[in-house]
Each structure stands twice: as C-alpha cells, then as structure tokens.
Ligand binder design. Structure first.
Ligand code: ADP
Ligand code: MG
Length: 325
C-alpha cells in the first residue's frame, strides 16, 4: 500500500505546486472562505495551507489519509456529475507518502482539533491540538525519501513561479475566497474576497491593469452550457501567450479545442489570432463533461467537443465583431 501510494504520487505530485493545488482544492471543497498559504524555499522545504472550512471529524482522519477514500462521491453514478475539485481520493495519501505531513483539523462542533503527523506515509504521532474550526495541513521536505525525484526539483524561484501561476488561476476562479500567500516569512499576495463577481478587481490584481483596460466582457448561453468572462481587445498587444485562462465548472483546464476556437475567432474577425489573452468560464452540465481523464485533473473531455468548440467560437467572434469600427 505504501509503495502504491508512492507510485500514485508520481502522477499526482510532480512538484511543490501540485501539493499546493491539491491542498487548496481540498480547502475549496470544504467550503472555506479564507485560505492561508505559507511557503518556504519554493515550497520544497515547507508548504502550509490553513482553511476555515468544514474540518474533518477525528474518526474520519485515517480515512482521509487512505487511498481511494473520498468523502465527495458516493457511487460511480456520482462520478458522472462531480462538481467538487477532488473526487479521486488519492491526493492526501500520495502527498503523505513522499513528505513529512501533519494534518490538524477541527469541525465546528468540537472543542479541540485532532492532529496526525506522518513521515513517508507512516503515522508517527496523534494528539489533540488547539486550532480554530477548519483544517491546517503542513507538508515538509517534499521527496525527502525519494532522492531521485528530489533531484529534479528546480531552483526556488522556478518552483515558486509554478505555485504563483496556479494561485493566480485560483484567484481568478474564486474571487469570493480570501487568499493570503507568504514566502520565506514575507507576504507575497493578499487577495481580499469580493462578492461582486463581475468586478474586475481580481483581474486587475492578477493580470494587471493593462489587461483590464483592454478587456471586454462576454456572456452567452445555450442549452446546457454558458460562457462568460473577459477577452482582450486587439488593442492589447502584449504577446500574452501566458494570459489564456479557461475554467470549466470552476476548474482550471487546458483544452486545445477551446483554445483553438478562441484563436480562430480572433483570426477570422481581426486577422490576428496568435496570442489572444482571455479569462473564460465555461459552465456546463456536469454530465456532459468527463473530468476523470487525468490524475492531476488538468484536462477534461467534453462529450460533445464540436458543440463546445462552435459555441465558444461564435460567442467570441460575435463579441470581437462589435469592436470593429
Ligand atoms: P479527494 O479530494 O479526491 O476526496 P483527497 O486525498 O484530496 O481526496 O482528500 C481526502 C479526503 O480528506 C477528502 O475527501 C475530504 O473528506 C478530506 N479532506 C482533505 N482536506 C480537507 C480539508 N482541507 N477540509 C476538510 N476535509 C478535507
Ligand atoms: Mg482532493
């Protein structure tokens, strides 16, 4: 089992950013409205994620740390309609198997939190602990027991860059959550929660004011699908290959077909389609999209990819046409 967890970790845990992603997604799934992320040495030395979410009952903690135990889906049928970020139940055991992990969690009904500490996936201590309602998970010395993987980690700056890029996606997707990030004891980001989802403040704080100044709001829906977000006007001529964000039901996704639809719309309408910048949110009936394609859940499979492609193409092309004199 221990070895299986380490092998699964090979798929789920590539680098510190993958740990941050999995821990923060769990916090989001737990309904947190506030998430604090503390990092040391690009996350290699230490990652701590603290949330004010639902917490975990002490009796459920061993389950949370065991493979394929998820509290989020009850049956295979549910897998058809999953809306939570997690559902595979392998992130925590995988991370625990390649680090020193401590989990401290308290539900609102309890007086104390329960803390479990593990080394390389083995429980080394368990005790009650003072902690506000919610969960704190600390991951130290990533890959300490797998030197071959540790060797492949990059410089602190690079690992931190990957973490920041993922956190930017979270900040864009969830303006309703308060996010604080620090690195080596210094505050790095502070995104205050915002209730107005149409406000461009998060855009400003994540992609910069030049993007906001050139951003055009789009919004459209069809049967079982909706598209909203912002696309940059052609006046925004920064080579922004890195400012292409797509979220499907709140999850950051890379999808070549949607990327192609946007690029083609820019190309057809404006004769320039190389690096359009955009932040797009697709909301789709969960039964029409398969999220269980990739262990790290970076990709999805639309049941009707052609329909999604054409819907995105039409919406973006229509919006761009309005920008022409
Ligand atoms: P998954 O997210 O796919 O269910 P994980 O391995 O990421 O699997 O987490 C296992 C379980 O641990 C979750 O299903 C959830 O019940 C619990 N859990 C993990 N992190 C948190 C958290 N921050 N708050 C509440 N529960 C959590
Ligand atoms: Mg999870």
């Amino acid at each position: 089992d221990h070895l299986i967890n380490q092998i699964a970790a090979g798929e789920v845990v590539e680098r510190p950013a993958s740990v941050v992603k999995e821990l923060v997604e769990n916090a989001v799934d737990a309904g947190a409205t506030r998430i604090e992320i503390e990092l040391e040495e690009g996350g290699v030395r230490r990652i701590r994620v603290r949330d004010n979410g639902s917490g975990i009952e002490p009796a459920e903690v061993p389950l949370a740390l065991s493979r394929h135990a998820t509290s989020k889906i009850g049956s295979l049928d549910d897998l058809e309609s999953v809306l939570t970020m997690g559902f595979r139940g392998e992130a925590l055991p995988s991370i625990a198997s390649v680090s020193r992990l401590s989990l401290t969690s308290r539900t609102a009904e309890r007086e104390h939190a329960h803390r479990v500490e593990l080394e390389g996936g083995r429980v080394v201590s368990e005790s009650p602990h003072p902690h506000p309602p919610g969960t704190t998970i600390e991951v130290r010395d990533l890959f300490f027991n797998i030197p071959a993987r540790r060797k492949f980690l990059k410089a602190e700056r690079t690992e931190l860059g990957h973490i920041e890029e993922w956190l930017r996606q979270l900040a864009l997707a969830r303006p309703d959550i308060d996010v604080r990030v620090s690195h080596n004891g210094k505050i790095l980001r502070r995104w205050n929660r915002q209730d107005d989802l149409l406000s461009t403040r998060r855009l400003d704080e994540t992609l910069g004011e030049a993007f906001v100044a050139n951003a055009m709001r789009i919004e459209a829906d069809a049967v079982g699908i909706a598209l909203s977000g912002w696309i940059a006007r052609p006046t925004y001529n920064r080579a922004a290959a890195d400012q292409q964000y797509l979220f499907v039901n709140g999850r950051a996704i890379r999808d070549r077909s949607v990327a192609h639809a946007v690029r083609r719309a820019y190309g057809d309408v404006l004769f320039h389609g190389r690096h359009p910048a955009y932040v797009l949110f697709v909301t789709i009936d969960p039964r029409r999209v398969d999220v269980n394609v990739h262990p790290a859940k970076h990709e999805v499979r639309f049941r009707d990819a052609r329909f999604v492609h054409d819907f995105v193409y039409r919406t973006v092309a229509d919006a761009l046409r309005e920008t022409r004199p």
